[in-house]
Design a protein around this ligand. Structure first.
Ligand code: PAF
Length: 290
């Protein structure tokens, strides 16, 4: 039976009971509207932990005013059904509010938080880092699973753990994709039928670009071609499409080590992000997932 808690005081009683029993507690933080990508993160938590918590909270501080906080998909009943039938967690924590009305303290990360998402969403990682730290303080997990779909977020959280000495292991979960390659995201529900079809080209172009990079073509030319290819099918608003160091996200103009291709773009009015690893390989094999 999954437990469902809203109150921090109840959560603390439950967690301290588990800790007294020596259980390893895992957490998958979410904003709800759960899909199979979330469930895959929860199964990783199941493998590593005795007790698994998922939090559901649409965090207002990571949205800017022109973003979709108010219309972000929320369906707790559907979420609970998915969680019960997959049997992937023991406790759902759904606080109604995480911020005191006098809340004044924010984490402002540097390093890997600069550039990429931050160029278009300046306060995004302040909001994410602040809520993540609050959730960690409340839930006190030993292990937390974050998806690679939000690759920069994963690195920002790892940096936060390192810089603030938090005794928590961060585990990365692979990107979960629809059959046609579109990375699963709660925001995919915003796409019309036609936009949904267009969106499957993102992964196709990522894979094509990776192949060309691995074959030794000039990185900036190959990325330009990828942007042109997306433009030719009507995806014209691209916030970034870039090859980066997978650990510190520094821009790479040449392909001479394992790298990561990251992309953010709009399909219609919906902003989507995706990324793919670009391993340095010598045997000509290029079709490596993720
Ligand atoms: O990735 C998300 O869903 C959110 O950014 C997170 C980590 C739950 C923080 O609100």
């Amino acid at each position: 039976m999954i437990k469902f808690l809203n109150e921090l005081s109840d959560l603390r009683v439950q967690i301290s009971g588990w800790k007294r029993n020596g259980y390893i507690v895992g957490l998958v933080p979410t904003m709800g509207s759960l899909h199979n990508g979330h469930l895959s993160l929860l199964s990783i938590a199941r493998e590593h932990c005795d007790k698994v918590v998922t939090s559901i909270y649409v965090n207002p501080t990571q949205f800017s005013e022109n973003e979709d906080f108010y219309r972000y998909p929320r369906d707790v009943n559907a979420d609970l059904e998915k969680l019960s039938s997959s049997n992937t967690c023991d406790l759902v924590y759904q606080p109604s509010n995480m911020y005191h009305k006098e809340h004044k303290t924010y984490i402002v990360p540097n390093g890997v938080a600069l550039n990429l998402e931050t160029e278009n969403r300046p306060h995004f990682f302040d909001g994410v880092s602040t809520i993540v730290l609050k959730l960690f303080n409340q839930i006190q997990p030993d292990i937390v699973i974050f998806g690679e779909k939000d690759y920069q977020q994963l690195l920002v959280v790892k940096q936060l753990m390192r810089d603030l000495d938090l005794p928590i292991q961060i585990v990365a979960g692979k990107i979960f994709r629809e059959k046609d390659g579109l990375a699963m995201s709660s925001r995919n529900v915003y796409l019309s039928e036609n936009e949904r079809k267009l969106a499957s080209n993102i992964y196709r172009v990522l894979k094509l670009t990776r192949k060309k990079i691995q074959q030794g073509f000039d990185v900036s030319k190959v990325i330009k071609n990828g942007i042109a290819e997306l433009g030719s099918i009507g995806i014209n608003q691209i916030d970034y499409f870039t090859l980066r160091d997978p650990d510190n996200l520094e821009r790479l103009t040449q392909f001479n080590k394992d790298s990561r291709l990251l992309i953010a773009l709009y399909v219609g009015t919906t902003r989507l992000i995706d990324n793919i690893s670009v391993p340095l390989i010598n045997n000509g094999e290029t079709d490596i997932e993720n």
